[in-house]
Design a protein around this ligand. Structure first.
Ligand code: KG4
Ligand code: ZN
Length: 333
């Protein structure tokens, strides 16, 4: 089964061709980050217009890279949400129209489930299939969620952020430090230049819950910058990153152990963070799966991976699926 998937929930216009939910034949991502960098964050109206400009070339490129024609496709899918509504409708509308025109099934896909399913992707035929039940930590610009993934798969929400998402904290702290957007890769770069590594920021553990909070940490960084005549950006970036990595890794591992998980999955843009990857691999007693950094940040291959899962779970919904309003399948635990 060959899927053409489209993703346009935020500031990446993406299309991918994936076979059998695993094998990536092409994966095209047109990033708008330079466009939004001048504003210090994403402007929804600007994002929507940029998606309109790039969606057709991106889809064409995805087919060309995969060496396939329209008639070689079996299914078309797109991100249904969550995301910026004005951005989502571009990819969703194009994908649904293509499916209509080609007479193919159309499958709307949850963006968060897509991030998790990136752990089932491969660029060659080798795939280290994650065992279920698993605990998944989804950390992106818009979300910080701990999910229990059971056979099905069924997604149950264990906890999540009470304020900023992890990626949002990286982006806002980068802005405080005068670094550019997106903040995650910038903070990571400056942190690696830190020499002294003695600064310490607080960690909000929210013990007894699987929830997270990053607003206090953000305020602590703000205070440090305000109170210093010559703040050391490298040291601050390092201490901030250590704090986030410490919280995310310990809470995710603890939840996985408690739930008797067979694997711990990381997903989302922040999972591209080198230090987070290193610490989770180091600390976890449970097998860890983290997608390649390019498959952690927004892409359409992950939406294609989740498409097969959607079809397996709800084949009756295949042809005529009510695409609106957005309804997550994630259940409360
Ligand atoms: O998953 P993603 O591409 O989009 C959303 O669904 O939000 O995640 C984007 C987020 C941004 O906040 C960005 O700063 C963060 O992921 N990010 C990183 C790194 N690369 C991207 N955060 C920390 N370290 C990184 N290397
Ligand atoms: Zn995302």
């Amino acid at each position: 089964m060959r899927v053409l998937a489209i993703e346009s929930s935020c500031d990446e216009t993406a299309a991918a061709v994936v076979t059998d939910g695993h094998l990536i034949e092409s994966n095209i991502v047109a990033s708008q980050s330079e466009l939004h960098a001048q504003y210090g964050g994403i402007v929804p109206e600007v994002a929507a217009r940029a998606h309109l400009g790039s969606i057709i070339p991106v889809v064409r490129q995805a087919l060309a890279d995969a060496h396939v024609e329209w008639q070689d496709l079996d299914v078309i899918s797109a991100t249904r949400g969550p995301g910026l509504p004005s951005a989502l409708v571009v990819g969703f509308g194009v994908a649904r129209s293509l499916a209509f025109g080609l007479g193919l099934p159309f499958v709307p896909v949850d963006h968060i489930e897509g991030h998790v399913m990136a752990n089932w992707l491969t660029q060659n035929d080798e795939l280290d299939v994650p065992l279920l039940p698993a605990v998944a930590l989804v950390v992106s610009g818009g979300h910080t969620e701990l999910l229990l993934v059971e056979e099905g798969p069924i997604f149950k929400r264990l906890g999540g952020t009470r304020d900023d998402a992890a990626g949002e904290a990286f982006d806002k702290v980068a802005r405080l430090l005068g670094l550019s957007y997106p903040g995650g890769p910038e903070i990571s770069k400056f942190a690696s230049n830190a020499v002294v590594r003695k600064m310490h920021f607080p960690r909000a553990w929210l013990r007894g819950t699987d929830d997270f909070s990053f607003s206090g940490l953000k305020t602590a960084v703000y205070r440090t910058v305000e109170e210093s005549s010559n703040p050391d950006i490298n040291e601050i970036a390092w201490a901030f990153q250590e704090s986030v990595v410490d919280i995310l890794s310990k809470k995710a591992i603890r939840a996985a152990e408690r739930e008797g998980a067979q694997s711990l999955l990381l997903a989302g843009g922040v999972a591209a963070n080198r230090r987070l990857r290193e610490v989770v691999y180091e600390r976890s007693t449970i097998p860890v799966h983290i997608p390649l950094p390019t498959l952690c940040t927004d892409n359409a291959a992950m939406i294609a991976a989740a498409t097969r899962m959607e079809m397996a779970i709800a084949p009756d919904k295949l042809i005529d699926i009510d695409p609106t309003p957005y309804r997550s399948r994630v259940q409360k635990k």
